[in-house]
Design a protein around this ligand. Structure first.
Ligand SMILES: [Zn+2]
Ligand SMILES: [Zn+2]
Length: 240
């Protein structure tokens, strides 16, 4: 971890539980690829579910990789928020909340894709029948409050994107202190983004890969992983 440029992370990766992700995105494959890329921290951030995280944590532990319990939740404003927790129990408590606020619609695999759960051997063992890629009925404010109460942190996802981002949907980033860092997508350039959004310069920044395919893991802004500097480390200290 004591690298010259600090540890490197990719905190936005989808497993095969997300209907939009490739079927090869099993926890075992993700972890192998992350280790090969030289990453120190990763997070698997499936849409509105933590179904593959317990297995992923166990597999990561054996590999020496640090996996942060996480989820990408969609609020009722259709904003994607990355939620990170210090332990699996807190994430599972959050998943219970999300589950109660997710519309009860069946997944159409032909239309949306498979939602697959895996075991420690990295084999598919079940399908999640409820469609996960939907807006929940949780507001952004409720999400911030509940995740914070569980000791987690919220980082708005891909804020530079015109849809499903806090800027695209609301036009602003809440500045009440509960959000301390924001994510820009892997193809965005931070300097250019800040030139057009100087009012956001006080936030910490992460750049996740939002990987849906194995080869995308660790591709964070053209680099292998996003460097966790002292400022970001302070913000993430609750979960790292
Ligand atoms: Zn997203
Ligand atoms: Zn995502």
């Amino acid at each position: 971890m004591n690298r010259e440029n600090g540890p490197r992370c990719d905190l936005h990766i989808h497993s095969c539980l997300s209907p939009c992700a490739d079927l090869l995105m099993t926890p075992g494959n993700i972890i192998r690829q992350a280790v090969n890329q030289g990453l120190d921290y990763i997070a698997i951030t499936d849409h509105n579910s933590a179904g593959n995280i317990e297995v992923a944590i166990e597999l990561a532990r054996k590999s020496g990789l640090k996996l942060i319990p996480a989820m990408e939740v969609e609020t009722r404003e259709e904003v994607h928020l990355l939620c990170y927790f210090s332990c699996l129990d807190a994430l599972l408590a959050w998943e219970d909340v999300v589950c109660q606020h997710l519309p009860d619609l069946e997944n159409d695999e032909e239309l949306f894709g498979y939602q697959l759960l895996t075991d420690l051997s990295d084999d598919y063992i079940a399908k999640e029948s409820r469609l996960l890629a939907l807006a929940t009925s949780l507001s952004l404010s409720e999400t911030l409050e509940q995740v914070t109460n569980l000791g987690g942190i919220v980082i708005p996802a891909h804020v530079d994107r015109p849809v499903n981002s806090v800027l695209g949907q609301l036009g602003f980033v809440p500045s009440d202190g509960r959000i301390q860092a924001i994510e820009i997508s892997r193809n965005a350039k931070l300097a250019g983004f800040l030139r057009t959004h100087p009012q956001l310069s006080h936030f910490g920044y992460v750049q996740g890969s939002d990987s849906h395919y194995l080869q995308e893991i660790g591709c964070c802004g053209g680099e292998k992983g996003f460097a966790v500097d002292a400022g970001l480390r302070r913000i993430l200290s609750a979960v790292l």
